[in-house]
Design a protein around this ligand. Structure first.
Ligand code: KIV
Length: 279
């Protein structure tokens, strides 16, 4: 056995069994070092297609490709020891048919070592979810505000603020649960609707901008670390890394200008010589 203590991995069945129990803690991760830091504190790490905006400066998630998700999925899998790793299926890689979704979803699992994929969409994706789950690809569903539908919806709009809008959203959550998803993300949803759906469906709901009534919560890690420019109002900022990084970069620049860095302790000496060369 390796010198590292053996840590039991969270599985989709363990997440599924947490319905109505202690809150499920989830965050996004896109890289090995971030996965390593977050892993001891979370149940689930999502390699979200939000990486298109957070890492690559895209305006929406629509430009994210399967290649992006596979590269970042591999990186996160290398850093996660105990958390369940879920990878987002990017726009255009699963909507066409259950067969296309299976081809791409099974590739993501095979090539990244993740345990499940996430797909956006409710009732319209139910057949695909059932097809994937029956063939060994666990699925986390995603209903409510769907970032990949930004253009058809005319923007990022919170759903369920009007009671008349509730029935199709409730039907979406019910459909993905019945199709076999092990959990469902509720994004950008009025709190009373999120609470109602959480009571109605048999699988855990994971909220993002959907109140504390969900079975779990997820945030984009860089948002809650204060590293992104536009932070949605539902995000609580737990650290101001932007200020920390700015200060560090300024200090480094000042030190280099003043030749205070590298100092003797950061330099390589000759075998029998001084560490620094005097000018
Ligand atoms: O892409 C993402 O990071 C997500 C979460 C915000 C749920 O889908």
């Amino acid at each position: 056995m390796s010198s590292q203590a053996y840590v039991k991995r969270t599985t989709v069945t363990k997440i599924r069994a947490r319905k109505g129990k202690d809150p499920i803690i989830c965050l996004t991760a896109y890289s090995t070092p971030m996965a390593r830091l977050l892993d001891p504190h979370v149940d689930l790490l999502l390699v979200g297609d939000s990486l298109g905006m957070v890492l690559y400066g895209m305006e929406t998630t629509l430009g994210v490709t399967l290649a992006h998700m596979i590269m970042h999925g591999q990186a996160v899998s290398r850093g996660a020891r105990q958390a369940l790793v879920v990878v987002d299926m990017p726009f255009g890689t699963y909507e066409e048919s259950p067969e296309v979704a299976f081809r791409n979803g099974s590739r993501v699992i095979r090539e990244t070592g993740c345990m499940a994929v996430k797909i956006e969409g409710g009732a319209r994706m139910a057949k695909t979810i059932a097809f994937l789950v029956e063939r060994g690809v666990p699925v986390m569903a995603h209903v409510g505000l769907l970032p990949q539908s930004v253009h058809t919806k005319g923007g990022y709009r919170v759903v369920g603020r009007d009671r008349a809008d509730w029935p199709p959203i409730e039907a979406d959550a019910q459909a993905v649960a019945e199709a076999g998803a092990f959990a469902v993300v509720l994004e950008g949803m009025a709190a009373p609707l999120a609470a109602r759906i959480t009571k109605q469906v048999a699988i855990p709901t994971i909220g993002i901008g959907a109140s504390n009534q969900c079975d779990g919560q997820i945030l984009v890690t860089e948002d809650m670390l204060g590293m992104t420019e536009r932070v949605p109002s539902f995000v609580k900022i737990y650290a101001d890394l932007e200020a920390g990084i700015t200060e560090a970069a300024k200090s480094y620049a000042n030190d280099v200008r003043a030749r205070a860095f590298p100092s003797a302790s950061h330099a390589y000496a000759m075998k029998n010589g001084p560490r620094l060369v005097s000018k």
